[in-house]
Design a protein around this ligand. Structure first.
Ligand code: SF4
Ligand code: SF4
Length: 59
């Protein structure tokens, strides 16, 4: 799954643009990921320019 580091995201939208299953909810004040839909591709963690998103492998 993807961990979101608090109070760091600048809401650039890059992660939303790359997510293949559209499971990242982003608005002006908050970002969240629907873990039930996320396929753990890690693209969002890779694309985030300021490393807000972190891949957390629990398998
Ligand atoms: S890991 Fe992949 S599927 Fe999950 S939120 Fe990131 S881009 Fe979307
Ligand atoms: S790519 Fe990173 S900084 Fe940009 S909206 Fe996503 S989590 Fe926030």
């Amino acid at each position: 799954m993807i961990a979101i580091l608090p109070n760091k995201c600048d809401f650039c939208g890059a992660c939303v643009a790359v997510c293949p299953v559209d499971c990242i909810d982003l608005n002006e004040a908050d970002i969240s990921i629907r873990d039930d839909i996320c396929i753990d591709c890690d693209l969002c963690a890779f694309i985030c320019p300021i490393e807000v998103l972190e891949s957390v492998n629990e398998k």
